[in-house]
Design a protein around this ligand. Structure first.
Ligand code: FAD
Length: 384
């Protein structure tokens, strides 16, 4: 196996982590419980991240962005998720929505969209899934047909993160039904485009601060030059995007798990039963040790996968990114569940953050491809 893309954290990475942690603890964490309880958008987080330039660090300098590498972007997402998973979807989905453009759009389209995201004037969402086409995304039914100097879109996308708050939407639609996956194209839609509408918010188990809605396209008409790349290349672009963004879901998972472990350590230190701190019991110590081990292993795998994408060496990229996403999210589910356990009855109440973290962690096993789909990707790579 090639070792290209193995990583070395730099002083700059450490400085980014320290800066984001300070912002997260000061300007994001105090609102996290309220954002969850009221299912409201974490606007304070958006403002704080944007003011510090951490809302979309991955955008290249040529388009007014920070040009941060993939590990730096993971660190930003991880540190925000440590205090509030919903807020971590701001940098994460800005990357997800814009990667198709960065990877495959014309220079004109890049110049049109990317600076507005880099400057924090706009956010961008990613519209691939449909109600009847989730894991089997190529079975999508949203259509786009060329009409003179325009493309006209019809259909519905489902479960689209940050819809309503995003100005831009990367949307995959069928342009040639005969060709199935090779007949899908990618487009950029603006929320003011005629025929575009956002549906009501889904009522969810977790990440309640991040709006998830349907997108409706009813003869939605966009200029012809808003296609990303050539007609028929949209599905490839959509899948290639996931190779660069699955590590960011891994980073979210590592972050929420770390937040839960930190909370569990500080609670268990203070909690006394049988006349002593519960941390005196080896049963508790071993749980904490396991949580710490699993998080550390997940963090390294996430950084290795991110570094492989950054290296330009695609060898094994899909397998590593799928492994990072699936492993880290399985760890997040286990660690947050164990954190609730370590809090005892208190962990089951909304007086402490761990019940929110456990609910939030669950989505990392589902979106950007369920963990069953990640395992399919890994197995296909092994068996090809
Ligand atoms: C909160 C939230 C936010 C989301 N954000 C976005 C977004 O921003 N953009 C976007 O495009 N999508 C988004 N999604 C959609 C998400 O990516 C899909 O829900 C996910 O890919 C699974 O698709 P599905 O829900 O249709 O499940 P299904 O495909 O119906 O799967 C049902 C079950 O069958 C299993 N399964 C399916 N096929 C196989 C197989 N071949 N082998 C083994 N098991 C299989 C699945 O793992 C799952 O357990 C979001 C979803 C949620 C809930």
């Amino acid at each position: 196996m090639s070792t290209t893309g193995l990583y070395q954290l730099t002083e700059e990475h450490d400085a980014i982590r320290a800066a984001v942690r300070e912002i997260a603890e000061r300007a994001i964490e105090p609102f996290a419980a309220e954002v969850d309880a009221e299912s409201r958008y974490p606007i304070e987080a958006q403002k704080a991240l944007t003011a510090a330039g951490f809302h979309a660090t991955h955008i290249p300098e040529a388009y007014g962005g920070e040009g941060a590498d993939a590990i730096a972007t993971c660190i930003v997402i991880e540190e925000v998720a440590r205090v509030d998973m919903s807020a971590s979807l701001i940098p994460a989905v800005n990357k997800l929505g814009s990667m198709p453009i960065i990877l495959s759009a014309s220079e004109e389209l890049k110049q049109k969209v990317l600076p507005s995201i880099a400057e924090g004037r706009a956010m961008i969402s990613y519209g691939l899934s449909e109600r009847e086409a989730g894991s089997d995304a190529a079975a999508m039914r949203t259509r786009a047909r060329r009409d003179g100097d325009t493309w006209v879109l019809n259909g519905t996308k489902a479960w689209i993160t940050n819809s309503g708050v995003s100005e831009w939407y990367t949307v995959m639609a069928v342009t040639d039904p005969e060709k199935r996956a090779n007949g899908i194209s990618a487009f950029v839609v603006h929320r003011d485009d005629p025929g575009f509408a956002v549906g009501p918010k889904e009522r969810k188990m977790g990440i309640k601060g991040s709006p998830t809605c349907e997108l409706y396209f009813t003869d939605c008409t966009i200029p012809a030059d808003r296609i990303i790349g050539e007609p028929g290349t949209g599905f490839k672009t959509a899948l290639r995007t996931l190779d660069f963004t699955r590590p960011t879901i891994g980073a979210q998972a590592v972050g929420v798990a770390q937040g839960a472990l930190d909370a569990a350590v500080s609670y268990a230190r203070e909690r006394k039963q049988f006349g002593r701190a519960v941390t005196d019991f080896q049963g508790v110590q071993f749980m904490l040790a396991d949580m710490s081990m699993q998080i550390e292993a997940a963090r390294h795998l996430v950084y290795v996968a991110a570094a492989r994408g950054e290296s330009g060496d695609d060898t094994d990229l899909g397998r590593l990114c799928a492994a990072a996403k699936a492993f880290a999210s399985d760890v997040a589910m286990k660690v947050t569940t164990d954190a609730v356990q370590l809090f005892g009855g208190a962990g089951y109440t909304q007086d402490f953050p761990v019940e929110r973290m456990m609910r939030d962690a669950k989505i990392t096993q589902i979106y950007e491809g369920t963990n069953q789909i990640q395992r399919l990707v890994i197995a296909r790579s092994l068996l090809k």
